[in-house]
Ligand binder design. Structure first.
Ligand code: UDP
Length: 238
């Protein structure tokens, strides 16, 4: 049987992706189909860490704006990621996948605190680990949290499941001549200000040489395809 290309992956799912068409709240149909594919990956022996975003409930700068102090608005954003982490964990569990939620901000009666060695132990035992609260610090994004956790758990690749099918030279919705890259360097992403991840996340993945694979979550089976090494989306690397 064909073997997966990657042994340990860090899957980043944005809050918006979990909200489906509505872009706010939770779409359990979408979450269910993502979890079905995560289950298939786990059954193939792939160790899966997940970082969830929170934008379907709250984005610090965007939703807090001038009305709130940034740090507090970011705290709200991190709490939003925990709502998503619990939702995904629950659905995975319903499907019989062993799962643990670890949060960067301690909330012990809700989830485990983030402890690297314990997270790795869970992964080795075939449990999916969902990392909530981003990095635990304001002024950061969950994309940066995804790179940070990927570096810490020594993931082979970051799987960036997005609402676009790859990295383009320009926004394809605005510029019809935009071309999709199969592969691109971190340097080019930064130099051309391409919308892959924010610059903090991109530099962190560059400095730690962690490849980032961006692909469309629209078809959740894509998660399995990239794990098996199928060349879809765009790979960002050195
Ligand atoms: N956030 C934060 N620190 C982190 C990660 C997230 O303060 O390390 C806050 C920030 O306000 C952000 C919100 O949580 O806007 C939701 O995260 P993000 O925007 O990355 O979610 P996504 O766009 O992936 O759904």
């Amino acid at each position: 049987m064909e073997q997966p290309k990657y042994k340990r992956v860090l899957l980043k799912i944005s809050g918006e992706a979990l909200a489906g068409e509505a872009s706010r709240g939770l779409d359990f149909h979408v979450i269910g189909s993502v979890c079905d594919v995560v289950k298939k990956c786990v059954e193939l022996g792939v160790q899966v860490g997940v970082v969830v975003g929170g934008g379907n409930f709250w984005r610090g700068v965007k939703d807090g704006g001038d009305q709130m102090e940034r740090v507090r608005a970011d705290h709200m954003g991190m709490l939003a990621t925990t709502i998503n982490a619990l939702a995904v964990a629950d659905v995975l569990e319903q499907k019989g996948v062993p799962v643990r939620v670890q949060t960067a901000i301690e909330m012990r009666s809700v989830a485990e605190p983030y402890i690297r060695s314990r997270a790795i132990r869970h992964l080795e035992k075939g449990r999916v680990v969902i990392f909530g609260c981003g990095t635990g610090n304001p002024f950061f994004s969950t994309d940066t949290a995804a790179v940070l956790r990927a570096a810490e758990i020594d993931a082979d690749v970051i799987l960036l499941a997005k609402n676009i099918d790859g990295v383009y030279s320009a926004d394809p919705k605005v510029d019809p001549s935009a071309v999709k890259y199969d592969a691109i360097t971190y340097d080019d992403v930064l130099a051309q200000h391409l919308k892959v991840m924010d610059s903090t996340a991109t530099s962190l993945s560059m400095d730690n040489k962690i490849p980032v694979l961006l692909f469309a979550l629209k078809d959740p089976e894509n998660i399995l395809r990239v794990v098996m090494g199928e060349k879809i989306g765009t790979i960002v690397g050195g």
